[in-house]
Every structure is written in C-alpha cells, then in structure tokens.
Design a binder for this molecule. Sequence first.
Ligand code: ATP
Ligand code: MG
Length: 415
Amino acid sequence: MLQSQLFTETTKEAPRDEKSLNAKLLIRAGFVHKEMAGVYSYLPLGLLVLRKIQDIIREEMEKIGGQEILMSVFQPKDLWLKTDRWSKGIGKDMFKCKLNGSEVGLGPTHEEIVTRILKSYLSSYRDLPKSVFQIQTKFRKELRAKSGLLRGREFDMKDLYSFHSSEEDFEKYYKIVIKSYHKVLGRCGLRAILTEASGKGFTSSTPHEFQVIAPAGEDTIFYCLGGDFSQNKEVAKVKAGDKCPICQKTLIEEKSIEVGNIFPLGIKYSEALGAYFTDKDGKKKPITMGCYGLGPSRIMGAAVEIHHDSKGIIWPGEIAPFQVHLIQLQENPEIKKKSREIYDTLLKTGIEVLYDDRDGKSPGEKFADADLIGIPWRIVVSERTLEKDSVELKRRDKEEIKLVKTKELQTFFKS
Ligand code: ATP
Ligand code: MG
C-alpha cells in the first residue's frame, strides 16, 4: 500500500480523555478512531490487524472441526426468559430495545440462539459431536470502559459452541480446544497462562481462562513459573508466596488480561431449550455443551500492551498490518524510482509492504511514524544507500541497522 494514499495520519497526542496505553498508541498511529468510551471504529491499518487475528482464529477453529456460522445480533426476549437470563447475569449487561411492541436484546453472547438453531438439526447420537463458531460484534453495557480495546461496549468476539452425547466426549474436546487456543494466541504473539476461573456452576468441572500477564490487566492471577498451576484471584484457594500444589515452587501474583474463556455448560441450555437427542440405547437425553470465547479486539489491545516501547507499537509478525515498511527517505527522482522498483519486487514476492512514498515529510518524521506504526521490518532507501546499491534494513524490535544489497532483498524476505 502506498502511504501517500492512506487517509489516516499519525498524531503526536492522543485524545485527552483516553487513559489506556493500547488505545493511545492505536489512535495516535491511526489504527482506530475513538467514538466514545468503549467504542472504537477500525481504520485501514487497524482493520488489517483485526482481520489477521480473525483469520488465525478461523484457521485454527476449522482445524478442530468448527463450522463457521453468523448468528443474528437481535435476540428475542422469550428465548432468554426460558434460560432465566433476561434480567439476570449477563442479561443485565444486555442492550435492550423495543421492536414492534416486543422486546429484543443485542447479543452479548449466543448460547440461547445457538442451542435453538442446532437443536433442530441434532436428533440422534449419530449427529454428535458438532461444533460451530462465529466471529461477530458483541454488545455489553460494561460499567467501566477505561482499558481501550481491552474492554469495549461493542467488541469483537469469536464464540465457539460444542455439542456432545456425553460428558466424556465433551472433556476430550475441551482439551483439544485448550491446545488450539494456545496455538492461536502464540501466533498472535501472546503467551497465555491457562487459569482456573470462576464458574457458573453448571457442571462439576472448572472453567478456564487464558490469561496474559500485563500491568494493564484487570484480573489478578496466582500462578507458578513452572507452568503447571494458575488460579484467578476470584476463585483462588491460594495466595502469593504459597507453594504450588503441584510442583512446590513459589506462587507469584500478577495482573493479567483475560483473552479467552472456556466453559463446560453441561446440560443447562439444552434442558432449558429442549435440545435432546436419542442415544444408542434409544433413550432421549439432553445434549452436553461447551462454549469457548476469544476476543480478537481484546487480543489486538493486549498485543499492543505487551509489545511496544517508548516510540510506539512493535507488532508480532503474524498480526502486523504489513511485514515491511519501505521508506523513500529523500525526494530525488533516482530514489523514488529505486524505491518503487523495490516495492514492486517485494509485492511480487508476496511480501506485504507499506511504502512511505510521501513527499513533504522529513526523514525524522518518516522514522518516527514507522516506529509508531510498528511494522516488523523497515527498509530505507536513501542517497547514501544507493551509492552502495544497497538499502538499510532494520527490525522494529532491534537497534541494529544492516546494509543489504538491493538485489539480495528478495531472497532475504523469501526465507
Ligand atoms: P471479563 O471478565 O473480562 O468481562 P468475560 O468473562 O465477560 O470477560 P466472556 O463472556 O467469556 O468474557 O467473553 C469471551 C471473551 O471475549 C473474553 O475472554 C474476552 O477475550 C472477550 N471479551 C469479553 N468482554 C469483552 C469486552 N468488554 N471487550 C473486549 N473483549 C471482551
Ligand atoms: Mg464480562
């Protein structure tokens, strides 16, 4: 993409009412636009990142058998009354409005809707197991929305739901999802700690959260550096300094961001909404369910909280808006011509490039913008580098600048 064509510009200051680090950087670099507390629009660069996160999730969910659907945002009140959630629990956080005399809610989550859909297709043990997911904007009346993308009042969520003929079959799938979530988050540049979380008590098994350690986190966990134990403070039976019940190392207390949450639902929704199947023995039984959430927009915010320095964002490779930021440092025709050639070559090689072809910007401004935007590789073409048939190559997360022959660039990025 030509940076001269990008309608967004970087700014030195973030809006004064914005306190969160991730939002400040994302706004200043032109990734998102703040509409009100907890409500952000995605601009071209921000949408590229969000889509990359969604695509990683989509790919990994499909690998574990998830079938993608897209459910309605409007949800009827009578359905939520059947599960007794219209005015309780998450129902209290639901945006509600009148529609032709009846009431509807804007989906804060989709257990009711998904159960009603699937129950009309799943009738025999032969139809099970199944899992479906969607990636969609969710709406919640969050009390405090001061953490930028970490806590939106409208935000992106991937919600996966699984349907099983037995608790054992569910347990097997639950473990598969755990592995898959670690993979998703790893690809997004996040090291998450599987943490025991507060449950809704639908089954005897414990729900889990995927927690990423960061000062901006709204959660607190007690965890073991050995990686075998972690509990959310909300449910913890341990405290900082205690011995890990598994390996006896000392437990540590940290602030953390919950980027994912997985839940055994048991038969709560299938019983309430009449989702039954006929088992091998000919008996009618309620379907056992699980639900599994990930927040792509929160993941984007968390990535910024963790990967940044005083100059700006440092995107993890797989979710960066582009792989290379190509900077044409001066306005002389020779440099422009050479930069354009490099741009075309890299594009042909399949490398995603943001090409700073802007006139009227000083080298200092171009460097500052590149650091703020945070693309993993920076290539600089200048009078000095051209004398040596070379370009300057620098990683956003390293200080070292290397001179590389222009003709070697293609091979370098191919590997
Ligand atoms: P929290 O305790 O942070 O409010 P939650 O338990 O309400 O989270 P879930 O309902 O399990 O979250 O939602 C699944 C995932 O959706 C979360 O793990 C998180 O990644 C994301 N998410 C939840 N609420 C928000 C929000 N307000 N803004 C952005 N992402 C969110
Ligand atoms: Mg919540």
